[in-house]
Ligand binder design. Structure first.
Ligand code: HEM
Length: 246
């Protein structure tokens, strides 16, 4: 689908640029990329596919999982609504960094949702030197996989791992992770997710706005995840939203 769209845009681009008034039209991102001589067709395809898989499906699936977890944990949902009501009480049209800085519980909900359902299940590294991991000697050149999905569910890493407890991500409580690298949903080091800050900002704003206005319910049994390159919800997203102002 994405490939077909890229080819179609490429094919019609020259014609579109020759049309009267074309110079006044704002070019789409894909058109701008296709016009850059230093980028090959393959570069543009890679960038667009990356943007869709890495940039869209990741945040949207995470938010679907978060809404499901909030619906199943009404106490957490109530706390989130209380925080949002307090921070956005003047109902601003624009949510500024000053607002998001105060949304600690909202941020904790996003982290806890990523612990339950890490859309990027893990990440891989090729070892540049010999290392010892958990007592095993692993030679240079081996591929090592860090599996968030596995590790974040263990009680050696998190107390009460099967419970949705956003509080564990707030300062000073005994539900915290056993070590700083127990969960790395965005990876780590120089190759960690380049979109992390953007993704986090999008998710905080989305949750704050939805929870400000609605209470979410999900009455269709348990939702699980299925692996399709990234983790996605296994069931249709049959949420119901009740307007809090009604
Ligand atoms: C919930 C949201 C997201 C999650 C959980 C996530 C997770 C990840 C993970 C685990 C990696 C591999 C990191 C590593 O190997 O250390 C990665 C890489 C990447 N992500 Fe994200 N991501 C998210 C959103 C986004 C967004 C919104 C964008 C773009 C706007 C994006 C763009 C990328 C790119 C381009 C890479 C490859 C970076 C590289 O290889 O140097 N991601 N992401």
């Amino acid at each position: 689908m994405a490939l077909t769209n890229i080819r179609a845009t490429e094919a019609s681009l020259k014609e579109a640029l020759e049309k009267p008034g074309a110079e006044e039209r704002e070019l789409t991102l894909m058109e701008q990329l296709l016009l850059r001589p230093e980028l090959s067709h393959k570069d543009v395809v890679t960038l667009i596919l990356d943007m869709i898989f890495a940039g869209i499906d990741t945040t949207s699936h995470t938010m679907a999982f978060a809404l499901y977890l909030l619906a199943k944990n009404p106490e957490a949902q109530r706390k989130l609504q209380q925080e949002v009501d307090q921070v956005l009480k003047d109902n601003p049209e624009t949510l500024t960094p000053a607002h998001t800085a105060k949304l600690s519980y909202t941020k904790a909900v996003v982290k806890e949702s990523l612990r339950f359902f890490p859309v990027a299940m893990g990440f891989m590294r090729e070892l540049s030197s010999d290392v010892v991991l958990s007592g095993y000697q692993i030679p240079k050149g081996s591929s090592v996989l860090m599996l968030n999905y596995e590790d974040a569910q263990k009680d050696t890493a998190f107390p009460r791992p099967r419970e949705f407890l956003p509080e564990r991500w707030l300062r000073g409580n005994d539900l915290a992770a056993s070590h700083a690298f127990a969960l790395l949903p965005f990876g780590a080091g120089t190759r960690m997710c380049v979109g992390r800050r953007l993704a986090e900002q999008e998710m905080y704003v989305f949750l704050a706005r939805v929870m400000q206005r609605y209470t979410v319910n999900y009455n269709y049994g348990d939702m699980d995840s299925t692996m399709q390159l990234i983790l996605k919800p296994s069931q249709p997203l049959k949420f119901s939203f009740t307007d809090r102002r009604a």
